[in-house]
Design a binder for this molecule. Structure first.
Ligand SMILES: N[C@@H](CCC(=O)N[C@@H](CS)C(=O)NCC(=O)O)C(=O)O
Length: 234
């Protein structure tokens, strides 16, 4: 790592915060390249110059000694790469093979299983707020409520009940009773679920307590400060 320069292409109000937290917990040096969402809540086009999909986070690693540069997209892949290459002491991993595999599972699960029903809820909530005249607004709302009721709410509940049970079984964390990369990667969807009121914290006491516990990690506060210094409006 000493010969590598690390840049995080970070978008305000986004899941890119997790990468700052990951790097700060491992006490790695990095630079934040900030991007601001536009009026449509989309990433600006400049991000497409770094990676064609133009989504955040993007991790750029410049290996000075070999003159090679890695441009990484996809949160789970970024996490896996950082754990494999820069967490040699296993600080955010687990020495037990099965527990390490479980952490890897969560790196995929966050975006692959938990994020989809949350994203559907987000789209439906946005559609319901759209400035359309009556009676179209009435139809839109009814239609959105039906999709939520028939699919995304039930699916989200299923996921949250699963995580509630996992945290209870793992002494307040996701894997092996200790803080790991799994806790960092799942922080974003679970914070969002409560903040956007897609789920009620009272119904998930273990997740609620877990969120408080992990947010009291010193590295979380360090990353929050860095994000704020770069224009975050939490
Ligand atoms: N599965 C991708 C999702 C990336 C993604 O959608 N990022 C959002 C930020 S939360 C984004 O860049 N949105 C901007 C846009 O859609 O224009 C990952 O985990 O990295």
């Amino acid at each position: 790592m000493s010969t590598a320069a690390v840049k995080v292409h970070w978008l305000n109000q986004s899941r890119a915060f997790r990468v700052l937290w990951l790097l700060d917990h491992l006490k790695l040096q990095y630079e934040i390249i900030p991007y601001k969402r536009n009026e449509e809540f989309r990433a600006p086009d400049e991000l497409k110059k770094v990676h064609p999909l133009g989504r955040a986070p993007i991790l750029e690693i410049d290996y000075k000694d070999t003159d090679q540069k890695d441009i990484l997209a996809e949160s789970g892949y970024i996490f896996q790469y950082v754990l494999e290459n820069f967490d040699k002491n296993g600080l955010l991993n687990n020495p037990d093979r099965q527990k390490a595999e479980k952490i890897k599972y969560y790196l995929h699960y966050a975006e692959g299983s938990l994020q989809p029903p949350l994203f559907i809820e987000f789209l439906l909530a946005t559609a319901k707020k759209a400035p359309v005249p009556f009676p179209i607004s009435y139809v839109t709302k009814k239609f959105a409520d039906k999709i939520s009721e028939k699919y995304s709410q039930g699916e989200l509940k299923n996921q949250l009940q699963f995580l509630e049970g996992e945290i209870k079984q793992n002494s307040g964390y996701l894997v092996g009773g200790r803080f790991s990369a799994a806790d960092i990667i799942l922080s974003f969807p679970l914070e969002m679920a409560f903040e956007r009121k897609f789920a009620q914290p009272e119904q998930y006491p273990a997740i609620t307590k877990w969120l408080k516990t992990i947010q009291s990690e010193e590295s979380y506060l360090v990353s929050k400060r860095k994000a704020k210094d770069n224009g975050a409006d939490f």
